[in-house]
Design a protein around this ligand. Sequence first.
Ligand SMILES: [Zn+2]
Length: 267
Amino acid sequence: MDAVDRIATELRRLQARARIGSATAGLQRYYRVTADTPPVIDAVLLSDARIAAVPVRDCAEPLIDLRESAFEVDQRQADAEGHWALLREGAAHRLEQAQRALPAGYRLVVVEGYRPVELQRRYFAEHMTFLRERNPEWDGNQVRRAASAYISPPEVAPHPTGGAVDLTLRGPDGRLCWMGTEVNDTPEESDGACYTNAANICAESRANRALLHAAMSAAGFVNYPTEWWHWSIGERYWAFVTGTELARYGAVSQTRGPYGVSPSRRA
Ligand SMILES: [Zn+2]
């Protein structure tokens, strides 16, 4: 049995066990991607006003360090304060469920979890400045809309809530699974292959994405359809997609906030 057959068999087993089809049926309208290459996303994006309109009642769960549990945390987005390895406690528990839902030999590889809201604000402001300088005729709304297409607006950004995680897979042979693009490849770099349901990827990548999708969906995470690696739970985007009235994770400040860890206090 070659790798693709093995993955397909495991996926069928997993789907039967977790009844993924029924669990995700309500999400299909947000994930539909046309067969065009590059694919056209028919999805609600983070910059949509409906996402910002979702109310948040923060449950005040702490951020915990995934390196202190059984997760493999990749170094590629590592920062000196260790923010990238943090996730809300409840989200980390769900991630353990996703890990258990994977077929034997497969492991989740965490690339990035929490990102301080201060950092998100700075990235966004810098990109607004960049666009304003190059397009002096644009009004404030135009600048903001264009910036939102590239960087998530801070008030709705998933990573600063500690409820979003970027992930890939390691396979039974010990190597990282090929997922069709690298994590964080842009639509321009990848000819749209970074879109979760992209048609222009090989069969093995498609099967690997399906495996990741099945395990993460079974644990309650939702995917952002322009990035196969991005999954979230508890924050505004998740609440909107799942039809949950209130988000339970709002943005966590790097240094303030009643429940955010203070990285400087960590060893
Ligand atoms: Zn992400």
